[in-house]
Design a protein around this ligand. Structure first.
Ligand code: HEM
Length: 272
């Protein structure tokens, strides 16, 4: 079910950014040792959530690709260093920023067993994996990351057999052999600007774009969780939304730094 339009994506991102942001307001050592919590800025910056909300809303309005970019950044941030869910604030930035830490991140060509174990290393189970990858309901991928599936997959001189034969010509038209590797293609065909469970319908129909997404359906360990989110009813859509929210909160609390741990960066991309 298509639950949302861009406005809901914005609402989602607002919550995300609220989690992400530590806003260099000097609040960082008030988190105690108990991790993130609701109302972290209640007394020191009571309007923080609405301020962040309107900033994100206007940024996304000006440039809609910010929404998927932020969502993905949240995932990467958690692995390396409203509506139906409440946002806990108080996370601080790490003291280290190294490219090598990205080895923890699941890759699009990792076997499913590796993806499952990379999530397990962070305390996330297989259901969390399937639910969180539902983040691909918005956003795009560069041709470079999946065109190997279209022409000479595993040296077979043919496409990845998991791609639906009616979908293949569409993907080939978007990413011609030897064409622009940077061209971007929706991860959730037909619904890239809208947050909802259609992504899973596409997986069932052989319309997963990147290999790791397609495998969520072909691997029996993950397929049963994909099945939870299939079906056009309102209930299925709200189940996905609710479970996605819970899984995001769980992911947001991975190895979280609070209190006097870490720091609040002045410039996000480098340590102070
Ligand atoms: C098995 C785990 C995952 C793998 C292998 C994976 C892989 C990828 C790849 C290859 C891309 C395309 C990147 C590009 O071309 O720039 C992508 C995009 C994206 N991913 Fe994931 N991802 C995973 C999990 C997640 C999770 C857990 C989230 C968020 C909850 C997420 C959110 C996104 C978003 C929103 C985009 C689109 C970015 C944009 O349009 O700028 N991904 N992912």
């Amino acid at each position: 079910m298509k639950v949302t339009s861009l406005s809901k994506t914005v609402a989602l991102l607002v919550l995300l950014l609220a989690t992400l942001t530590t806003l260099a307001l000097g609040q960082g050592n008030r988190g105690g040792s108990g991790g993130t919590r609701l109302g972290f800025y209640r007394s020191t910056c009571p309007r923080v959530e609405s301020i962040v909300q309107s900033a994100v809303r206007s940024a996304v309005r000006a440039n809609p690709t910010i929404a998927p970019g932020l969502l993905r950044m949240f995932f990467h941030d958690c692995f390396t260093g409203g509506r139906s869910w409440q946002v806990r604030l108080g996370r601080r930035d790490g003291l280290v920023s190294q490219a090598s830490d990205t080895a923890n991140l699941p890759a699009f060509n990792d076997p499913m067993s590796v993806q499952i174990s990379k999530f397990a290393d962070k305390g996330l189970n297989t259901q969390d994996l399937v639910t969180l990858v539902g983040g691909h309901t918005i956003g795009t991928s560069a041709c470079a990351l999946f065109s190997y599936r279209l022409y000479n997959f595993n040296n077979t001189n043919g496409p990845d057999p998991e791609i639906n034969p009616t979908f293949l010509p569409q993907l080939r038209a978007l990413c011609p052999n030897g064409g622009d590797a940077l061209r971007r293609v929706a991860l959730d065909t037909g619904s890239a600007n809208s947050f909802g469970n259609s992504f899973y319908e596409n997986l069932r129909n052989g319309r997963g774009v990147i290999e790791s997404d397609a495998k969520l359906w072909s691997d029996r360990r993950t397929r049963r969780f994909v099945q939870r989110y299939l079906g056009g009813g309102r209930q299925t859509g709200s189940r996905f939304n609710a479970e996605f929210g819970r899984a995001m909160v769980k992911m947001g609390n991975i190895e979280v730094k609070t209190g006097t741990q870490g720091e609040i960066r002045r410039v996000c991309t480098v340590t102070n």
